[in-house]
Design a protein around this ligand. Structure first.
Ligand SMILES: Nc1ncnc2c1ncn2[C@@H]1O[C@H](COP(=O)(O)OP(=O)(O)OP(=O)(O)O)[C@@H](O)[C@H]1O
Length: 212
């Protein structure tokens, strides 16, 4: 279980964006997260992905409380949680090929086979893997970002508006990739979206963050 308990987080002193949020994502479960623009969905995503330290409250991964965030997050906990953001371009190094982007988390273990397997999973051809971000579409780049997020077989996956910039067919295809991971590996998913229709189809239950 990936849990957040009593989470308080924000950017300006004394103005919390999250003010006591509780959330839990079980293995094999897709939890939707919706709410008006600015209510803190991405902030919650970053806290649960261990990329931002909450001011108060606790994140726990499979029962183990998280003590460090960002670079001080323990590797075992950091790699248990994959994350995909809305905009793929700021999330990648523009000098890398798609192959290098997908292979980034694998550098320590270094398996070329795994890159081929991941590319196949998300529908990237060998030819696309050789291109750089400016030579591919947003949808193709987002496929690479999803493959990168799945590279280390995370137990939890946070999709922060992953498909908001994409057309209906690419959206359906990426949602299918994630659904397959849920079915095959019992990955727990937090699916953040403005699109209530998408969450209705995708999530077993949806948590709504209030407006401020
Ligand atoms: N880096 C930052 N510095 C200062 N304020 C920020 C920062 N990031 C977000 N905020 C503010 O925190 C609040 C919550 O932002 P957040 O991105 O978490 O909301 P959201 O629900 O994901 O919004 P959206 O649906 O528009 O993406 C907003 O008022 C936003 O302006």
């Amino acid at each position: 279980m990936l849990t957040g308990t009593g989470l308080v987080a924000g950017y300006r002193r004394g103005v919390p964006v999250l003010d006591g949020v509780d959330i839990e994502i079980a293995p094999g479960e897709v939890v939707g997260l919706s709410g008006p623009s600015g209510c803190g969905k991405s902030t919650l995503a970053r806290v649960l992905a261990l990329l931002q330290r909450p001011w108060a409250g606790q994140v726990a991964v499979d029962g183990a409380p998280v003590t460090g965030f960002r670079h001080s997050a323990p590797r075992e906990q950091r790699t248990a949680i994959g994350v995909v953001f809305q905009q793929p371009r700021p999330a990648v190094d523009p000098r890398f090929t798609l192959r290098e982007i997908v292979a980034e988390p694998l550098r320590a273990t270094g398996t070329a086979d795994r890159v081929a397997e991941l590319a196949d999973l998300v529908g990237l051809t060998e030819e696309l893997l050789g291109r750089r971000p400016h030579e591919v579409s947003d949808g193709q780049l987002q496929r690479a970002c999803l493959a990168r997020a799945l590279a280390l077989r995370p137990r939890y996956l946070i999709c922060d508006e992953m498909t908001a910039m994409l057309d209906a067919s690419t959206t359906a295809s990426l949602v299918r990739v994630v659904e397959d991971r849920v079915a095959a590996d019992r990955t727990g998913v937090l699916a953040i979206s403005h699109d209530d229709g998408l969450l209705e189809r995708w999530a077993r239950r949806t948590v709504r963050l209030g407006s401020r």
